[in-house]
Design a protein around this ligand. Structure first.
Ligand code: PGA
Length: 255
């Protein structure tokens, strides 16, 4: 399979960082310094920034805005929650679903994440679906089986047409925010495994077109060698997406 057929993507996951004025400044700094690369860029911000980030980046063709979660229901009495259609109405086009922090701290199961995926797609959002194993699971060598289960349980109910709207992010939990990255070989091995699963279920055309991102302590210093692997199509960036210089350096590591 060649790499050229699918999109390279660098997505920033701001997590629960940046108040309104800090977020505006970060968007401003990114816009001022971006060099129209041949990479799709997605800023996944807290909800309060979505609209402003969309308005301020709307004329950059390769840059899109995303949220970090949505509710599985369309609307209703769910105090404090935000729906997929609300996210869409801000101009955002993506939503991160199934991040390991949501699985761990908010008890999100594969089944719930699968419902959110469905609702997001029904509202014309592209899910950035996260999967990945803990250190314990990797050490017991069950990481491939676990990721396989996560992908199958949350995504394989989708039609081929809907599946083609998904971006996948492989994020080993032990590499998130720890400064410890998977080696490029470990990332490649898992990405290839995921692509094969997709191929088996949806065929090689869809498998070949699905962007699979790596996430977990990606920095300007290590992005290039990770992104160079055949099945790694970019990254989901946490800490390093909070500084415009670092984020742009990671984007530029594709050139
Ligand atoms: P990190 O986070 O880059 O800070 O490790 C990645 C993520 O959780 O998406």
């Amino acid at each position: 399979m060649t790499k050229t057929k699918r999109k390279n993507i660098v997505a920033g996951n701001w997590k629960m960082n940046k108040d309104y004025s800090q977020g505006r400044n970060l968007v401003k700094d990114i816009v001022a310094n971006i060099q129209s690369p041949d990479v799709t860029i997605i800023l996944c911000t807290p909800f309060i920034h979505l609209y402003n980030a969309h308005v301020k980046t709307n004329d950059i063709a390769m840059l899109f805005i995303g949220a970090q979660n949505c509710h599985q229901e369309e609307s209703g009495a769910f105090t404090g929650e935000v729906s997929a259609s609300m996210i869409k109405s801000t101009g955002a086009q993506y939503v991160i679903l199934g991040h390991s922090e949501r699985r761990a701290y908010f008890n999100e199961s594969d089944e719930l994440i699968g419902q959110k995926v469905k609702t997001a797609i029904a509202n014309d959002l592209h899910p950035i679906f996260c999967c990945g194993e803990s250190l314990e699971v990797r050490e017991s060598k069950k990481h491939k089986a676990l990721v396989e289960e996560q992908v199958k349980n949350a995504l394989f109910h989708l039609s081929a047409e809907d599946f083609s709207k998904i971006v996948i992010a492989y994020e080993p939990v032990w590499a998130i925010g720890t400064g410890k990255t998977a080696s490029p070989e470990q990332a490649q091995e898992m990405h290839q495994h995921i692509r094969k699963l997709i191929e088996k279920k949806y065929g090689d055309k869809i498998a070949d077109a699905t962007s699979i991102l790596y996430g977990g302590s990606v920095k300007p210093a290590n992005a290039k060698e990770i992104f160079a692997k055949a099945d790694v199509d970019g990254g989901l960036i946490g800490g390093a997406s909070l500084k415009a210089d670092d984020f742009i350096a990671i984007i530029n590591s594709f050139s």
